[in-house]
Design a protein around this ligand. Structure first.
Ligand code: TIU
Length: 222
């Protein structure tokens, strides 16, 4: 059984057959100019920087036979699953459902809503479309993990303090042991990323564990 001895706040042990990698929202809408993240006024280049590490993590999960899940934050074309409270929040340059350079912002099936080419899902992997920030809310993720006997979740993706943290907290409340890979997650606000990592592992791991990608890669080869 692999053990990440250096995980924080304590060693993290897991087995490949009961572990899933959950890659949160590595979509053009958040990572490329012209999408939802940019419409909110963010510098999307900060998110692009983690793509090589997320790709390495994905390769590792595939090689070791973990179940792999990808999520996409997305809404139906008629926006019936997008509450006005979400659509009308703030003063973005374009709102959810508006036409942008990559199609309609955050709408399922539009070019901008796709997972970036470098991290495209392969056969046998689960793709979850989620209307909220959390991966469990209004999705079939819980049932899919239960069906496979998954008990441990390894998280990556964007943004650390929004969809990653929300999903990890939802998973923690559902009884999963959760590990966040520090270099495979990013925020538009680096200070928020650091604060989130600290929150997760505080109080004895109140939300879960964190570890670097190299610590994970070493744990599997030793
Ligand atoms: N705005 C922001 O930081 N994030 C989101 O809206 N969604 C995700 O985190 N995926």
């Amino acid at each position: 059984m692999p053990i990440l001895a250096c995980a924080l706040p304590s060693p993290f042990a897991f087995e490949a057959r009961t572990t899933a990698l959950v890659v949160i929202d590595m979509q053009r809408d958040f990572i490329e100019p012209g999408g939802f993240g940019a419409a909110l006024g963010n510098d999307v280049s900060l998110l692009n920087a983690i793509v090589p590490d997320v790709a390495r993590l994905l390769r590792h999960a595939r090689e070791h036979g973990w179940f792999v899940v990808h999520t996409r934050e997305s809404h139906a074309a008629d926006l019936s699953d997008c509450p006005p409270a979400k659509r009308l929040r703030g003063r973005p340059s374009a709102r959810i459902g508006d036409e942008g350079p990559m199609g309609r912002i955050l709408v399922r099936g539009e070019p901008g809503n796709a997972i970036i080419d470098a991290l495209v899902p392969v056969g046998g992997e689960l793709v979850i479309d989620k209307p909220g920030k959390g991966a469990f809310y209004a999705t079939r993720l819980g049932e899919a993990l239960a069906q496979r006997g998954i008990t441990h979740l390894v998280f990556a993706g964007v943004t650390t303090e929004v969809c990653v943290q929300t999903s990890m907290r939802e998973a923690n409340d559902r009884g999963y042991d959760c590990l966040l890979i520090e270099d495979a997650t990013a925020s538009y606000f680096p200070a928020f990323k650091e604060a989130t990592l600290a929150m997760i592992r505080s109080q004895g791991g109140i939300v879960g564990w964190t570890a670097s990608l190299s610590q994970l890669l070493e744990s599997e080869t030793s």
